[in-house]
Ligand binder design. Structure first.
Ligand SMILES: CC/C=C\C/C=C\C/C=C\C/C=C/C(=O)SCCNC(=O)CCNC(=O)[C@H](O)C(C)(C)COP(=O)(O)OP(=O)(O)OC[C@H]1O[C@@H](n2cnc3c(N)ncnc32)[C@H](O)[C@@H]1OP(=O)(O)O
Length: 281
């Protein structure tokens, strides 16, 4: 059934050992022969932390799916319990200056590509999805999640601030008062809470079912003119997209300034330490 499986082994050189997960590509794209829908899978153990390499692969895969004229894009994870743990905190903790710039710029690219994608997009959220994971999911047009996981923008819990465009994706899904309170609290929603509040659209009992429900959503556009559909979507999303496009340099500057604040570095260090302690128990 798979028209193609794009999962090349591209050797990569990097000078920073802690960021080298492996030399292989961290995403795969599988295109269903019958439906023409592309499934984009994140595969960066242990938690799909969004580092520069995973973001680069995500960006290239989204581009590839747009170029292939796929009927739609489903974003998911190869990890059975984690969709994505969000941004790899190691990219922001005691960062290398040039790498930090490339990291943030690539994250901006991924958001612009996914939120502004011409093809219908859906997320099969088959695991926890905090912060950057939630950003990816809410950039899609439809979300199906498995039970007993969590999703949300928890940045305030880390002592950091979700950038405006993270909030735009969140606000495109949630009512303003729910979004505002959740952002201020750094709230993580359980699957049930996410469904009740509209943060996700459906619950599925397995990854296969989630993928099928996402495909069904994408299939709902089969009788709609694709150009009219994509121009409508892009028009609806144009204000948020232009806002970041016009302010990319300032957004990068703000991020670099903020991340390098001693209080932020201290907070990230403590958060990482606690994560590590927890994983050892
Ligand atoms: C004005 C504003 C301008 C600029 C704004 C400036 C800054 C703001 C910028 C960006 C916004 C940030 C967005 C983010 O995405 S920050 C990341 C938030 N993510 C989290 O808080 C998730 C943390 N992780 C977890 O909760 C759990 O790990 C998880 C539920 C995902 C999985 O739990 P599980 O029990 O299955 O695994 P663990 O044992 O916890 O983890 C395994 C392993 O992985 C490490 N880990 C986990 N998450 C991360 C991460 N996000 N980054 C780096 N490393 C991570 C964890 O420490 C363990 O490592 P080890 O002990 O070495 O095995």
């Amino acid at each position: 059934m798979l028209r193609s499986t794009i999962s090349s082994l591209v050797p990569r050189a990097t000078s920073v050992a802690r960021h080298m997960s492996n030399a292989a590509k961290l995403t795969t794209v599988e295109i269903n022969d019958v439906t023409g829908i592309a499934t984009l899978t994140m595969n960066r153990p242990p938690v799909n932390g969004l580092n520069l390499e995973l973001l680069t692969d995500l960006n290239n895969s989204i581009q590839e799916i747009e170029d292939n004229k796929s009927r739609g894009l489903i974003l998911t994870s190869s990890n059975p319990t984690i969709f994505s743990a969000g941004l790899d905190i190691l990219e922001m903790y005691k960062p290398d200056k040039e790498r930090l710039k490339a990291f943030w710029t690539t994250l901006q690219d991924v958001w612009l590509a996914l939120y502004g994608s011409a093809v219908p997009t859906a997320a099969a959220i088959n695991g926890h999805s905090p912060a950057g994971g939630c950003l990816l999911a809410t950039s899609c047009e439809y979300r199906v999640m498995l039970p007993k996981f969590t999703i949300g923008l928890n940045e305030t819990k880390l002592g950091i601030v979700a950038p405006k465009w993270f909030m735009s994706s969140f606000l495109s899904v949630l009512p303003r008062r729910v979004a505002e309170r959740a952002l201020n609290q750094g709230r993580m929603f359980t699957t049930d809470e996410a469904l009740r509040n509209g943060l996700i659209d459906e619950v599925a009992n397995s990854k296969e079912e989630a993928l099928a429900k996402c495909a069904e959503f994408i299939g709902s556009f089969s009788k709609v003119n694709p150009l009219a559909r994509s121009l409508t979507k892009q028009q609806l999303r144009a204000a948020e997209l232009s806002e970041l496009e016009n302010e990319r340099a300032q957004d990068l500057e703000k991020f670099i300034f903020f991340v390098n604040q001693p209080a932020v570095q201290k907070g990230l260090g403590i958060y990482l330490e606690n994560l590590k302690k927890k994983s050892k128990n």
